[in-house]
Write a new protein. Sequence first.
Length: 328
Amino acid sequence: MTDAPTRNLGNLEVSAQGLGCMGMSHGYGATDDAQSMATLHRALDLGVTLLDTSDFYGAGHNEELIGRAVAGRRDEVVLATKFGFANRLGEPTLIRGDAAYVQQACEASLRRLGVDHIDLYYQHRVDPRVPIEETVGAMAELVQAGKVRHLGLSEAGAQTIRRAHAVHPIAALQSEWSLWTRDLEAEIAPVCRELGIGLVPFSPLGRGFLTGQYSSVEGLAENDVRRSQPRFADGNLERNLGIVAKLNELAAAKGVTAGQLALAWVQHRGNDVVPIPGTRRQRYLEENLAALAVELSPEDLAAIEAAAPVEQIAGNRYDATSLTFVNS
Ligand SMILES: NC(=O)c1ccc[n+]([C@@H]2O[C@H](COP(=O)([O-])OP(=O)(O)OC[C@H]3O[C@@H](n4cnc5c(N)ncnc54)[C@H](OP(=O)(O)O)[C@@H]3O)[C@@H](O)[C@H]2O)c1
């Protein structure tokens, strides 16, 4: 393991960049466990400690894969997983945050991961039918029982975060944050900072789009979730390509890739920010980690933001149903 840079999420020390493991089981087309395992081991060898998964990814497959990857190396890893989607991918969304479900979901995740505790346990989406106090109260019991070390929320709104934090300290908020998704900046990130809650941006590469490798949905698998996301829909994708063209120009001038520039921009949001770019491939993992060394001046940051004006992004980040469960 190398001496990779670290950051803190609340009181939890993690590598300055984590690895998003979702695509190894779910959402982005065909998967290959041998390739994913090699990428996971390479990440650990390079000093990545934060591995991000969920019971939802591949209906448990992702947790089992990660459990196998960390066997024998448990102490090197900060294992982060999530509960809350009680449906499978493709079925109507069913969010559950009731106390009985929290207990049951945690036991199932521990079993699949093959570990006796989870380092960071997130509620994946807030259950609108259950008071957050009940959900976080149940999560706090898991901490008291030694099954979970730190608590997190994902896509929670500012008031929910305050109420949750009053029940038990929240270490991290994991929400979408990238050059083309900045809605948490106005109200949510400031509340997290006031309360000492770390920020974990998911999809920091805009689901790959900001790398410039996706100029059409043609190359995507039939079951790739991006095919049904508004920003990748006909017309919108073409309009959004203008952002990538400008990012490519700025990246070339700095001798980096567009993806590295987009990641470096997220990393420059603050020392309490730990992005978790997702990849199945060692090559992308290494490219993404190298973004930690990209230094951006205030002029660079302004030019990058001018290349991706939020009001010019075509399409919502999620479909209408999924949007009802974010920032809530
Ligand atoms: N809390 C939540 O609700 C939530 C939602 C979404 C995601 N997440 C978490 O956040 C993680 C990251 O988000 P994400 O995977 O949706 O999006 P992302 O990190 O923005 O992008 C991932 C996509 O970009 C591609 N990619 C990665 N590095 C690349 C590079 N250097 N050059 C070209 N392409 C590259 C990946 O390809 P390959 O896979 O082919 O390598 C994958 O298709 C997930 O793995 C998951 O753990 C959480």
